[in-house]
Design a protein around this ligand. Sequence first.
Ligand code: FDA
Length: 503
Amino acid sequence: AQAAAASSDGFLQCLSASIPSQLVFTQSSPSFTPLLKSSIRNPKFFTPSTVRPLYIVTPTNASHVQAAVVCGRRNRVRVRVRSGGHDYEGLSYRSERPGEAFAVLDLSSLRAVRVDAQASTAWVDSGATLGELYYAVGKASNLLGFPAGLCPTVGVGGHFSGGGFGMLLRKYGLSIDNVVDAVLVDAKGRLLNRNTMGSDVFWAIRGGGGESFGVVLSWQVKLVPVPATVTVFNVPVSASQGAVDVVTRWQQVAPALPDDLFIRVLVQQQTASFQSLFLGTCDALLPVMSSRFPELRFNRTSCREMTWIQSVPYIYLGSGSTVEDLLNRTTSASVFSSGYKATSDYVRQAIPLDVWANIFSKLAQPNAGLMILDPYGAQIGAVPESATPFPHRAGVLYNIQYMNFWPMAGGDGAVQTKWVRDLHAFMAPYVSSNPREAYFNYRDLDLGENVVVGNVSSYQAGMVWGHKYFKDNYQRLAMAKSQIDPDDYFRNEQSIPPLSNSK
Ligand code: FDA
């Protein structure tokens, strides 16, 4: 019904008054498909049955974004905002709902990064990648860094909207903990900053999830101090070398380490790889490791000293990579030719050894996936739960991400998807409960989807997934939504529904 009510001609005509025609693509344009595909990171959402946009608009300045929102609203064409396209469920460029009339607002041309090293701040546009942000910070100073995710092609827009964490999370928290201002285009097409959007909306856009509150065009961030030398290590421990014991021990050790030491674990097949960033030299790291985590049998040969900016590509892209590789927006890593399924959990009480032994047996199954364990504690846990929408703070030992991949040419991923769902079900007794918490940026539609009632997403139905991502902050998010977008123009399958005070 919505599609029938939409006026596609009206939308295009309206746009033509404000946006150069070469920035607007219809399905019949030869560039449409390559452009749509350009930043899709989960190719399972690029199939003939995928519900695609009617248009793609590639704004090159703020007024184009304002016009797209105003024209879309007037003509009942919704917009889905895409920055880096890394959404796990593809919600920035596809819909679950056949017949939905929508345009993709692709922000990849709005990607300036302006660093003020003197003030230790930067303005970064949403269409920039994390790699472009890191690169600009590294160029400006080797003593400044920024806490955000590991993968350099992730878009700033979606990442900051959902929280954003990486190797600096124990020292400096989330990306959004370091955001000090932002520019937002709201559902009326107004251009707002921190003061003019108001404190509730400014609170909500920092972690309350992308799409819900409008289009964030840029963010001002505080940069953080990093030492001239950092130390990186990656120590694999196989099951036969005692991986089950070392992982069990890690659960107690990693969240309680000094804040300049971060040790995550990647568990795949029968090996646990302990991957670390230490904000200091190898000489300073060695005594900490031998006193706090002797079980890892860490020694000097595993230390790699470098600058912080060098550590970024080294950790994610491997030892042969360079700082310039951070600027590559289309990394050809094989993971991007594979479909994947992922979900997440939070652990608040260490999981017993025998359960870990059982988990390892599941990782040995045919077509098994992997687990990534990111330790919390220190700064990320020191921020009060209500300070930002992201509620997974004090008391969290670590975040688990479950992932499984399959080659798109080799099937529909049913077996691999089932493996993730089965492991997630198995883990229920050992992870957080009431609600069972999950990380918004590892979006999973299995956790629940919006139900639209009377052309507005239902607050009640949204609670099912909303409490998992946001706990008690869900209600305040819904009230902020009702201030800035009461008609629910900006929406997707997991956007915040409006809740007015009067209801
Ligand atoms: P995308 O453009 O797909 O947007 C995601 C959501 O935000 C969509 O709903 C979209 O509509 C909305 N949105 C996008 N831009 C917006 C804007 N400007 N204003 C309003 N809404 C907007 N996470 C993490 O915390 N740490 C990590 O290390 C990693 N690593 C990682 C690796 C890989 C390979 C992937 C695929 C993903 C991650 N992530 C991650 C998860 C990542 O943070 C998450 O997928 C982000 O939402 C991606 O942001 P993009 O802009 O790329 O996505």
